[in-house]
Design a protein around this ligand. Sequence first.
Ligand code: G3P
Length: 218
Amino acid sequence: MKFFIDTASLADIQEAYDLGIIDGVTTNPSLMAKESISGDDAVIAHYAKIADIVDGDVSAEVISTDFEGMKAEAEKLAEIAPNIVVKIPMIREGVKALSWCYRNGIRTNCTLVFSAAQAMLAAKAGATYVSPFIGRIDDINWNGMDLIAEIAEVYAVQGFETEILAASIRNSRHIVEAAKAGADVVTCPLSSYEGLFKHPLTDIGLEKFLADHKKANS
Ligand code: G3P
């Protein structure tokens, strides 16, 4: 399973990349706003910086909601670097844009997916990745992980090649559950990956090893 970091923070991307466990980056307009990146030129320049730090795929999201607008943005974003993947929302015009991108060799990530039905549309339209939002489903007291499992089942039965990118991952347990449910990729903030390190028995064990070593060598 690939690990993507869900942020537009260059510092967090660099930190995660230095750990050697990160395969790519996802962003969205909210994450760009959080870093105070605004204006077309600044947005393009920021994506170029991210694409330079990582070897893997970097999702850059369109903000248009009509086909022509998305098409123009997709062309512009795809020109930034070969590892840019254009993120397109799961709306009617978005499906058109996904199909157009597929026919024109632009890789895509279909975002804001909340059902297996939408995931099938994304796959039919040739999306490279589909992004079901786990945490936001859990937020309304449904089960986000069930959706990953359902999409994984449908894609396996039907032989769809679109990769399942579990998004809106909020903690390290989500990462493990998404792996079990059949996600090809997870994307989450650095803090969720940091949660993977933690186990009290590791800390207790290391403390004992070092104490025993000190005793034996004093
Ligand atoms: O990749 C989508 C993700 O950024 C949404 O996460 O935590 O805002 O639901 P969240």
